[in-house]
Design a protein around this ligand. Sequence first.
Ligand code: XBP
Ligand code: MG
Length: 255
Amino acid sequence: MSIQALIFDVDGTLADTEEAHRVAFNLAFERYRLGWVWEPSEYRELLSTTGGKERMARYIDELPLGAAERQRMHMLVPDIHAEKTRFYSSFVNDGAVPLRPGVARLLDEARSAGCRLAIASTTTAINIDKLLQSTLGARGLDLFSVIACGDQVRAKKPAPDIYRLALRGLELPAEQAVAFEDSPNGLRAALGAGLWTVVTPNFWTEDKDFSKASLLLPHLGDPHQPLRGEPGHQLRLSAWLTLPEIVLLAGARWP
Ligand code: XBP
Ligand code: MG
């Protein structure tokens, strides 16, 4: 079987977005005078909960609050999250969140070869729209045949639901697509959907266990930022991950 589509996670994979999310959360907390500040070390831990609203709900559950105050805080989560999304959108609009190395190149390569593109993300549709338009231009959204994201599924990553939704939208079996992820939850979600999965960790996830990844690279690389020790260590064709390499490595798994 051939590879017909590449399915990308967004946060941490297409772009290193989590510092912008973290700052946006803290500005929203300040706006609501909550006295909460998520420092990088705490945010790294909180990232094990996917979804900003779910992340805040978990944080509230871990605070020493009385039942009534805890309930009141939970009721505020959607409004705080909307405020956070406004802050995050402004950072992205200002170009503060560039694509990671090799992403634009591989997207272009795939499109030129007739390989479709899709997204499977936990973040909101508006965050994805803003990021794709600010990094890929007004037609950034049009590059993707399917955008599966946010609250379209009840069970977020590490559940496989969002990847299964993307595959249904593509009308493809998992064997004909490849997933790109950056986190343990994302890897579990993609593998759970039966996808061959490339993992490119980042500052927030580099210390995590990715032993089950189909291919683990520091980033996708490109001619201007070749991957040290490649080709040879894991890649056979170039010092950056290309579509032919993906087909060779992912395609080779079938009898
Ligand atoms: C990563 C997430 C998101 C972001 C914050 O999503 O878990 O929750 O951290 O965005 P991805 P929201 O699957 O793209 O890695 O506040 O919009 O959830
Ligand atoms: Mg991610």
